[in-house]
Design a protein around this ligand. Structure first.
Ligand SMILES: Cc1cc2nc3c(=O)[nH]c(=O)nc-3n(C[C@H](O)[C@H](O)[C@H](O)COP(=O)(O)OP(=O)(O)OC[C@H]3O[C@@H](n4cnc5c(N)ncnc54)[C@H](O)[C@@H]3O)c2cc1C
Length: 465
């Protein structure tokens, strides 16, 4: 642990002396990014449902209409058709990261836990089954969702790291994980990336249009009996055997709730000592021919091995999405801000720096027409571990948060995990690192913002412990 991490932890324990533990009050206004993602733009006919207009009751009330919220609504209402499920979304379905991400539909977790053959095989099996489930839901309900599942690359930018990755692939193949190592020449023949020394191909991963996936499930969920209220921010949560959720025009009295609010969760008063909401920027090109224009002949995308990760996915329609990478492209706002607060000039500087990172990998990508630029909020934990579980004195506050920018698959798995936890048959999830996981605490303001800035500038990457 370095000095900066020690400083962050010391101020965290100081803060815990005064931390409010009960009566979660939503005192801060939820901030929503106003820009529109390429995914949202592809659902032009989406009509949000009406807000909650009177008091109601629920067996389960879900706060948040992204992947976590809709996957929980989906699996729960199939398991318990007789129970009353209410989903409350502050803005529109897929308003959050689920409709603003980089589109990469990935296996694995956002970090590498220490090597453990049994657990590593289980993690891959779990996430791969999660992707299978997404595909099955699309097929079962004939959802109009653009996705592809022809593999993605994890790219290595130094010879030493590529060598390490090669050895890891041999280990993974030995435990039955079907990844493949591509050396520099094999990679260059199929997917030209300047500066890449090798890559690991996961043939079972791909790319998903999250806004289409979430929004097209609306009628399915409604048919399964879920009541969905959009434009309905939860303003206050009062815990108890019956939990009271206050919204602008109605109160929901629920026997159990789900926090499906990932990067926005701190605003509800939960996990303030666990999550940094960070705002991250992305762009999408106009449709092009990636094979001829970029030398990207196969596969759905890639991410790299840098601390400030670059990632790119390619839609079936030929749009190239690119994000991350820039030292100014991912930032923490003072007091858990959940939207980009910078000026137009700052936004332009961020876009320029992300486009520069893209051009470093794809020199042929200079001057490509950009169709869309947007930002989104994700939930970062210091250890990069995801937290799924149940809390509260009455053990009726379920949560799945902290996907660390790796939630397209896992936030969709969350619905199964939380439904099984509710049912008490969650045995099969217990060996997974996110199940009732603990976390390294982070301090309140002003230490949090100061620590984040110091760490990012001095260490050159986002705070991590
Ligand atoms: C820029 C960016 C790029 C990413 N790229 C990738 C990627 O390529 N691959 C990958 O695997 N992951 C990626 N991620 C992460 C992934 O998108 C998220 O982990 C995932 O979408 C989280 O889903 P969620 O449903 O938990 O949260 P969200 O999708 O953020 O949904 C939370 C919802 O809760 C609502 N809400 C918040 N507060 C309240 C309230 N008080 N009352 C009612 N509703 C409320 C919000 O409006 C929002 O709709 C990326 C994230 C970002 C931001």
């Amino acid at each position: 642990m370095n000095l900066l991490s020690r400083g962050l932890l010391a101020s965290a324990s100081l803060a815990s002396l005064t931390w409010p533990v009960a009566g979660r009050i939503f005192t801060e206004k939820l901030e929503i990014d106003e820009n529109r993602s390429v995914w949202a733009a592809s659902t032009p006919d989406y009509q949000p449902g009406p807000p909650l207009a009177s008091n109601t009751t629920a067996d389960l009330a879900i706060i948040g209409g992204g992947f976590t919220g809709t996957s929980t609504a989906y699996h729960f209402s199939r398991r318990y058709p007789e129970k009353r499920v209410v989903l409350l979304e502050a803005a529109t379905l897929a308003n959050g990261a689920s409709g603003r991400n980089g589109g990469m539909l990935l296996n694995w977790l956002p970090y590498d836990p220490p090597r453990n053959p049994e657990r590593d095989a289980l993690i891959y099996k779990t996430t791969n089954a999660g992707i299978d489930t997404i595909e099955a839901i699309i097929r079962r309900h004939s959802l109009p969702v653009s996705y592809r599942r022809d593999g993605t690359l994890s790219v290595f930018t130094s010879a030493r790291r590529a060598e390490y990755a090669h050895a890891k692939v041999e280990y993974l193949q030995g435990i039955g994980v079907p990844v493949q190592f591509l050396d520099r020449a094999a990679l260059a023949a199929a997917f030209q990336l300047e500066g890449a020394h090798g890559a690991v191909l996961d043939p079972n991963s791909g790319q998903l249009n999250g806004a289409q996936y979430v929004r097209s499930q609306r009628p399915v969920l409604v048919a399964q009996g879920v009541e969905i209220y959009e434009g309905t921010p939860v303003l206050k949560v009062e815990e108890g055997q019956t939990i009271t959720l206050t919204t602008p025009k109605g109160i929901v009295s629920a026997k159990a709730i789900v926090l499906a609010t990932n990067g926005y969760t701190s605003k509800l008063g939960y996990f303030r000592d666990a999550l940094f909401p960070v705002v991250s920027h992305v762009f999408a090109t106009a449709p092009l021919d990636p094979a001829n224009q970029l030398g990207w002949r196969r596969w759905a995308g890639f991410y790299d091995d840098m601390d400030r990760i670059s990632y790119s996915s390619i839609t079936r329609e030929g749009q190239v999405i690119f994000g991350g990478s820039s030292p100014i492209g991912t930032a923490y706002n003072f007091n858990n801000g959940t939207r980009f607060r910078g000026s137009a000039g700052e936004a332009a500087r961020i876009s320029a720096s992300i486009e520069k990172a893209f051009q470093r990998y794809a020199p042929g990508g200079r001057n490509l027409p950009i169709a869309q630029r947007w930002s989104g909020t994700l939930g970062l934990t210091l250890r990069r571990n995801i937290l799924m579980g149940v809390r509260g004195e009455a053990r009726n506050v379920y949560y799945a948060v902290g996907y660390n920018g790796h939630g397209v698959t896992l936030a969709n798995v969350a619905g199964q995990v939380l439904t099984d936890m509710y049912s008490g048959d969650d045995e099969k999830w217990r060996g997974l690192p996110f199940h009732q996981a603990s976390y390294t605490p982070i301090p309140p303001e002003p230490f949090r913002w100061t620590g984040f800035q110091l760490f990012s500038r001095l260490a050159g990457h986002l705070p991590r412990y």
